[in-house]
Design a protein around this ligand. Sequence first.
Ligand code: XLS
Ligand code: NI
Ligand code: NI
Length: 428
Amino acid sequence: MAAHEEFFAGIPKIQYVPDAGPGDVMCFKHYNPTEVLMGRTMEDWLRFSVCYWHSFCGTGADPFGFPTLLQRVWNEGTPMEAAKKRLRAAFEFFTKLGVKFYTFHDRDMSPEGATLEESNKNLDEITDLALQLQTQTGVKVLWVTCNLFAHPRYMNGAATNPDCHVLAYAGAQVKKGLDVAKKLGAENFVFWGGREGFHSILNTDVAAELKHMAGFFKMAARYKEKIGLKCQFLIEPKPKEPCRHQYDYDAMSVIGFLKHHGLERDFKLNIEPNHTTLAGHSYEHDIVVASAFGMLGSVDSNTGSPDLGWDTDQFPMDIRNTTLVMKTIVEQGGLQPGGLNFDAKVRRESTDLEDLFIAHIGAMDAFARGLRNAVHIIEDGLITGMVKERYSSFSHGLGQKVEDGSATLEEMEAFIKENGEPKTLYST
Ligand code: XLS
Ligand code: NI
Ligand code: NI
């Protein structure tokens, strides 16, 4: 990239400096990519990814205030010129930060045109450059997604829109998105049902909408098969915002939906903890639930402020949270082909370019600490041993029959007549 303008001038490649002082924020104090833990490097366990929309397209606007971040140097020129500058800036950032993956929506990487053909042409031109930059740097696409929620045509939903014409537009957009995923070698493809939900049950046919959504996913799975696209499909649950009720409420409702429609082999879940907490669960809840069903595919590693109650997409810095997330990830053998994607944005007050680095570094260090803690917990075996002991009654006799599904209610009755009350109630 030497021939091109430098966007983050004066910022060198971020290094691991474990003994750096507390005021030194432009280095990793915990994330040591090549360090091996439980047979795998930190880099491989964590598979960090930078998201394009917040970090390079975010304006700082909120429902109460105008943009604060428009001064970014890559926002200059026509929309297509800016798109190219932004992409070069992004790859400089990924490389200096030392992150091997990125994620993007079709419409944040390249501008929407007046027609589908024009939008596709823009996307072709910009993804040609993306491919070139990927080859130069070795940075890869963790996942692509289609923005099926921002354009006014999607105000009543995309796959669940009451008008099939809108559903068709979404389908055409996803077809192109899958072609782009193939072109760029994306490892996953995400569906976040931004406006798939409802505000009032009085004008909504829930059964029809859910059926249309399942049909839409089946079309996508068939097209993926047809073009020989190898990536993993992921659905990202979210309980509310923007719709009052979103269909993909949380991990368990999405798993139920997928199983009901026979889609569970085609999809896994992309869990975003800020969505999990909006659903009223604890931070790690949906990561644990998805993993328990073998459905945890990737993580949008961010956090919210539970007292605020919005999807504020903050960078995750809480070591308790990262420890519990990493414990689940290590126990399931890793996240690959998924990763930890920072679907997170700097605050609108954080207008310095440097803040983009500081935010990512802080979150990467928080996950590195979480990984070390998780490995410690797993290796010393104390908690695993306690849990095993807690369920030990299922390892023999009647418990074993319950476990393998061969027990009957008659056997339960005979067992109680012989053994009386469970001992735990009375033992001291
Ligand atoms: C919004 C979602 C979105 C998805 C991708 O709340 O988190 O950013 O990750 O469309
Ligand atoms: Ni997300
Ligand atoms: Ni979100």
